[in-house]
Structure formats: structure tokens, C-alpha cells
Design a protein around this ligand. Structure first.
Ligand code: SF4
Ligand code: SF4
Ligand code: FES
Length: 242
């Protein structure tokens, strides 16, 4: 199975898995993450978004499958799997990944328009991040404010690829893609003069798919006041657990 583009096919046949000692049903071919969610069990995730093919980029969703670390958003459920999810070891690893994402980008939450609606910030809270344990990279990242309605602030990009998948799969536009490698990897747009040269629209699924304050609709930042935003009210994952 390709982690990039293919959503595992579901046969509809029911299988049983054990996750943290609890037996849950799953449709064969459904991913572990989806099966857990259907059973009300939250597997932390960042590059996964319901309705999009899995990306397999962030590794926040790592669980242990029969003792081996595996990304839950790409691994198909099958009969008899024994999974670990909500363990100190895995949550520590997830928190470390989140901490690395914070120091790799330039995140200033108190002045960010997405504060309270941001999945990265919310994961930091949920996973108990107190302060970054790694040195800040202080990289220079380009901000693209060229478009009249949509802003792209790469300082806040976590390279999850959700915008690219949503633009391609749902908007039919392929506005976004990756370019560069390693520390130089960045999200790119399909026009030489930035977002203004693309056919992106503020209502595109690509914009809504961004988990952080990297892609924002202009002039809407403060329509919902701080304190009343999604994760101000409930921690990330509670929608799944409900
Ligand atoms: S994108 Fe999220 S983590 Fe980054 S500064 Fe904004 S609220 Fe904080
Ligand atoms: S712009 Fe947003 S959705 Fe796209 S890769 Fe960066 S953080 Fe992810
Ligand atoms: S949510 Fe599974 S790898 Fe990102």
C-alpha cells in the first residue's frame, strides 16, 4: 500500500483487534486509526484528516502493532492484531515529535491567528508539552501574502501535506506540493509568483485542511474570539472519544 495516495479498501468483513487490552471490531482493510476512532479510541494524529488519503508524514499516530512501531493512519486492520496506543512510551515519543515541530518552525502562539484552533498547539497541550526540549532552529521561512483572500505563512508549516492532498483530491486543483529536501523542504505552490498566481479560493478544502495557522483566510482571524475557539473549549481528541 502506498502511504501517499491510497486509502486502504474496506471489504466490510468484521475482524477483531485488541487495543490497550480492549477488544474492538474493525472492518477488514479499515486502518487501525479509523477502527480505533469508530470504537471511541483516540489515536493522536496530525497529517491525517478524515476524507483524505493518508499521508504517513508526521508519525504522531505511531502505535505498536504486535510490538512493532507502526503508523496507525496507514496500517490496515486485520484479525488478531495486538496494539498499544495510550502508553507512556508512545505518548512521550509523540510529545517529542511535537516538540521538534515547534522548534523547527517559528511558532509564536499568543500572537497567532490560529491559536485555539490549531491542532499542533492542541497536541502540545494534550501530550503535556511544557517547554521545548530542543534548540530553536530559527529558520528563515517565507510568508506569502500575495493573494487577496488567502495567506500562506510557512513559519507555521508542519509539512503535513494535508493542503496538497485536499487540493488534489477534493478541489481538483493541485495548488500545493513539496519542494526541497531535509531542512530545506517546504510547501510550494504551482505558480512562480506565489499564491496570487494560483487559482486557489478561500473556500477551498485545501485551506480548511491546514491543521495550523499556516494557511489562513484573510480578514477572518478574529471572528471567533480567543477563549471560544475549538480547543479552548475541549482538548483535541475528545470528539473521537465522545
Ligand atoms: S500555528 Fe499553531 S503552534 Fe504555530 S504559532 Fe500558530 S497556534 Fe501556535
Ligand atoms: S500549509 Fe498547512 S496543510 Fe499544508 S503542509 Fe503546511 S501545515 Fe500542512
Ligand atoms: S497521522 Fe499518521 S503519520 Fe501522520
Amino acid at each position: 500500500m502506498s502511504a501517499q495516495n491510497d486509502t486502504p479498501e474496506t471489504s466490510g468483513e468484521t475482524v477483531k483487534l485488541l487495543i490497550d487490552g480492549v477488544e474492538i471490531p474493525a472492518r477488514e482493510g479499515q486502518t487501525i486509526l479509523e477502527a480505533a476512532a469508530d470504537a471511541g479510541i483516540y489515536v493522536p494524529r496530525l497529517c491525517y484528516r478524515e476524507g483524505l488519503p493518508p499521508g504517513g508524514h508526521c508519525r504522531i499516530c505511531t502505535v505498536k502493532v504486535n510490538g512493532r512501531p507502526t503508523s496507525a493512519c496507514t496500517f490496515p486492520a486485520s484479525e488478531g492484531l495486538v496494539l498499544e496506543n495510550n502508553t507512556d512510551e508512545l505518548n512521550t515519543m509523540r510529545r517529542q515529535v511535537v516538540e521538534m515541530l515547534f522548534v523547527e518552525g517559528n511558532h509564536v502562539c499568543p500572537s497567532c491567528e490560529a491559536s485555539g484552533d490549531c491542532e499542533l498547539q492542541a497536541l502540545g497541550y494534550r501530550l503535556g508539552m511544557i517547554a521545548p526540549q530542543y534548540p530553536y532552529q530559527n529558520t528563515t521561512r517565507e510568508l506569502d501574502a500575495s493573494h487577496p483572500d488567502v495567506m500562506l505563512d510557512r513559519n507555521r508549516c508542519v509539512l503535513c501535506g494535508r493542503c496538497a492532498r485536499a487540493s488534489r483530491e477534493l478541489d481538483g486543483k493541485s495548488v500545493f506540493g513539496f519542494e526541497g529536501r531535509g531542512i530545506g523542504k517546504r510547501i510550494a505552490v504551482n505558480a512562480s509568483h506565489g499564491l496570487a498566481g494560483t487559482d486557489i479560493d478561500a473556500a477551498d478544502e485545501a485551506v480548511a485542511a491546514c491543521p495550523t495557522g499556516c494557511l489562513l483566510v484573510k480578514r477572518q482571524a478574529n471572528l471567533i474570539p480567543v477563549g471560544k475557539r475549538t480547543y479552548d473549549k475541549t482538548p483535541i481528541g475528545t470528539d473521537v472519544e465522545a
